[in-house]
Structures are given as C-alpha cells and as structure tokens.
Ligand binder design. Structure first.
Ligand SMILES: NC(=O)c1ccc[n+]([C@@H]2O[C@H](COP(=O)([O-])OP(=O)(O)OC[C@H]3O[C@@H](n4cnc5c(N)ncnc54)[C@H](O)[C@@H]3O)[C@@H](O)[C@H]2O)c1
Ligand SMILES: [Fe+2]
Length: 387
C-alpha cells in the first residue's frame, strides 16, 4: 500500500448569499483591512455589492477594490495589485472571481506577505511560511483554486504559465455562494465544469500520491458533475445545480491538491500558454484522448469508476474504461462543448513549433503525476488525435 499524507487546511462555508459574510470570515483569520480583489465584470454587474456592504457595515467606509484582473492573469497584474494593497496598508485579501482572480490573489498574497520579486517564489514548496489571511469566493465552478495549493500566473514574455505551489498558498477559507454563478454563461459553465471533472479523473489515477481519502472526494465530485452540470448549463438560474457543481469543484480541488493531476493538464497548460485557449475548454478537448492514453495503465481504476457511476456493468476493466470515456464524450456533447483543438482556435503546429510545444508539455509539473510516462512521440500523437 502507498503511504500518504492528506491535508486540506481551508475552511469551507457553503450557502445561498453567504458571500455577504466575507468580512466576518476574514476577521476570524486576523484580517482587518482586506484588499477586495475581483474582476470588472463582477463589479459592473453588481455581484460584489453584498461584500462591499459587509465591509462598510464593518467600519471600512471606503473598501480597497482592485478589479483590473484579466482572464489568465499575468505577472504585471500581480505586481499592480500588490502595489495597490501595500499603498493602502491592506493586511489580508478577499478574492471574488474565477480561477484567474483567485490565482492572482494567491500570487498577490506572496508579494504582500513576503516582499521581493514574485518570480523568486515560483516552483514547488519554495514558500515555507504562513501568508496573510486570504478568503476565496469562486464565481466559476471549475478550478478548485479556492482550496488548492497552487497558483498559475502567465509570463507573457516567455508565453508560459508560471507555477507556484505550496500548502501555504491554500486560502484560509472558501465561501461557496451559488447565487454568484447565476450570471455565468452556458459555455463557461460547461468549460469550467469540465475542468473540475478533469481534476477528478486525473486525481483518481494519479500515480504515487493518491489515497482513499482523496479518491472518495474525486469520485463523489465526478458523480455530482455528471448529474448536475447539464442542468447548470441549460438553466443558469437552477440554484440547486449551481450549488452542487460548486461543491463538486471544491471537492475536486481538494482531491487534486493531494493527488496531483496528469497529462491532460500538462497538454492544456502548454496549449493555453501558447494559444490563449481557455483552461477548461482545452482540458475538455484533451480529456478523452488523455484517458485513452492511460487506459493501459489505469483500467482497473477507470473500470471501478465506470461501475460506481453506473456507466457500465461489465467486469472487464477495459470495456468499463471505454464506457467511462464514452460517458465523458457524451457529456461534452450534452453541454455543447467542442471536441477538437481546431474548433477551439488552435492553429496546426508543425516541426520546430511542435517541438517547442512538446518541451512545454514535458516540463509541465502536472505530467509528473500521470500514471503512464509519455514520450515526445506519444504527446504528438495525442495532439494529432485531438486536432
Ligand atoms: N489554482 C488552481 O488550482 C487552478 C486550477 C485550474 C485552473 N487554474 C487557472 O484558473 C484560470 C481559469 O479560471 P476560470 O476557468 O475560473 O476562468 P476565469 O477566471 O479566467 O474567468 C473566465 C471568464 O469568466 C468571467 N466570469 C467569472 N465568473 C463569472 C460569473 N459568475 N458570471 C459571468 N462571468 C464570469 C470572467 O470575468 C472571465 O471573463 C486559468 O488561469 C487556470 O490556469 C487554476
Ligand atoms: Fe484545471
């Protein structure tokens, strides 16, 4: 049996309109002058009003709001946000948004707490001390960043995503408020849901680091996504479906933080960094291909998952694994997501460009946890199949 360590330091609070409690929650962890980090869409559509009211009611008459966060945020944005926080004497952060905002908040917290150059902290386990209080409020149900130990920040000069990984990056609290997701359009609902499903299916087969504790979370999260994502995509106002997919993405976030992800994420990170495709949509395209690549090494687990989720009754693991991949493909179709790289705007790569991209894939930390080692030829073959 594997030895394992499982940890999940984040307090999780769930409830309709629970975002309004953000100031109280950050105070519980010692914050008194939080930076409110969010994006422009959420400000313009009054989605953070209840949080601002909470800050004002608590005595912060002019809350410190930084909302200039682009999708796939970058190093410049983190530097601007941390300068703004330092100039205003902020001692903590409330992040409200999708993965881009939450990852920006984690990286901003590094600069705010430790000072110096953000780039000096990239890599795994470089940060070894507690940071300032951070409360994360996700407005997409996908990345799991509200509980994860990582932040991905774009380096626009080098066209790559920088990875920051440390248990001290996990937010102190996550507030899950399904009401904030009502405005999320169907395509983003589907894409972010597939990101969460990829976290589940990669964590379950991840080599070395996985455990029964993490597997239980990943399996139940996958069940919730298969059951509720079509509903949340068809009717954004279905609060039950929004809530269930939100809880699922948080559970999947805890699972992959402990077990790791795999080749699908490595392919998606490299493709997203190069061609600006959305993380969830890119995972969705690669997921069936990554799973088929892994079947030879992971059929026992895929088979169990397929039977547990009711996609197959077969005791033949290979047959059951194929049924699980087919269920993923059917889900993609049901929620209206494209299933080729061409359809999501990735140009055809050849020769030197392809070689450079393969290097990005093989150097991505996510690939370390994949159950099957992938050669450059394997990666190119998956790319061609997904194209
Ligand atoms: N840290 C982690 O553990 C982790 C895991 C997976 C992905 N990521 C990162 O997360 C990022 C992707 O995050 P994402 O998929 O949540 O998308 P996102 O944060 O980039 O947001 C995508 C778009 O959705 C909009 N949006 C967000 N919430 C909305 C709402 N409620 N209503 C309407 N529009 C809304 C945003 O304004 C933005 O335009 C990538 O940078 C990826 O690398 C991080
Ligand atoms: Fe992801």
């Amino acid at each position: 049996m594997n030895t394992f360590v499982f940890q999940s330091p984040t307090k999780v609070c769930f409830g309709e309109n629970s975002a309004a409690t953000a100031f109280d929650v950050v105070k519980d962890f010692g914050g008194s002058r939080p930076l409110l980090l969010t994006d422009k869409f959420l400000v313009d559509n009054n989605l953070i009003d209840s949080i601002i009211d909470g800050l004002k009611d608590g005595g912060l008459t002019e809350p410190f709001v930084f909302c200039d966060v682009p999708s796939d945020s970058d190093v410049d944005c983190v530097n601007s946000a941390s300068n703004y926080a330092k100039e205003n004497g902020c001692d903590s952060i409330i992040a409200v948004g999708g993965g881009s905002v939450m990852d920006t908040a984690k990286a901003t917290n590094i600069c705010l707490s430790l000072g110096g150059d953000l780039l000096d902290y990239q890599g795994l386990n470089i940060i070894e001390e507690r940071l300032r209080p951070l409360v994360a409020i996700p407005t997409t149900a996908g990345t799991g960043s509200e509980v994860s130990f990582v932040a991905m920040i774009k380096d626009r000069v080098e066209h790559r995503k920088l990875v920051f990984g440390s248990r001290f990056l996990a937010p102190d609290a996550a507030i899950l408020d399904p009401v904030l997701l009502v405005s999320l359009p169907p395509k983003l609902t589907a894409a972010t849901g597939l990101d969460a499903l990829t976290h589940c299916l990669e964590a379950l087969v991840a080599s070395v680091t996985n455990s029964a504790v993490s597997d239980a979370l990943a399996l139940e999260a996958a069940r919730l996504i298969f059951d509720y994502l079509p509903r949340a995509t068809k009717n954004g106002e279905d609060i039950e479906a929004r809530g269930q997919t939100l809880v699922a993405s948080t559970m999947a976030g805890i699972a992959f933080s402990n077990s790791g992800v795999g080749i699908v994420h490595a392919l998606a990170h490299a493709t997203g960094a190069r061609f600006q495709t959305h993380h969830g949509i890119t995972n969705a395209v690669y997921l069936p291909h990554g799973m088929r690549f892994n079947i030879a090494y992971s059929s026992e687990i895929y088979g169990k998952v397929a039977r547990a989720l009711g996609f197959s009754k077969s005791l033949d693991d290979n047959e059951a694994s194929e049924a699980l991949v087919a269920a993923v493909e059917q889900l993609l179709e049901e929620v209206g997501l494209p299933n080729t790289l061409r359809a999501i705007g990735v140009p055809e790569m050849k020769d030197a460009e392809l070689d450079e991209w393969v290097t990005l894939v093989t150097e991505d930390p996510a690939i370390i946890f994949n159950p099957r080692e992938a050669t450059a030829e394997d990666i190119i073959a998956i790319y061609k199949r997904a194209y």
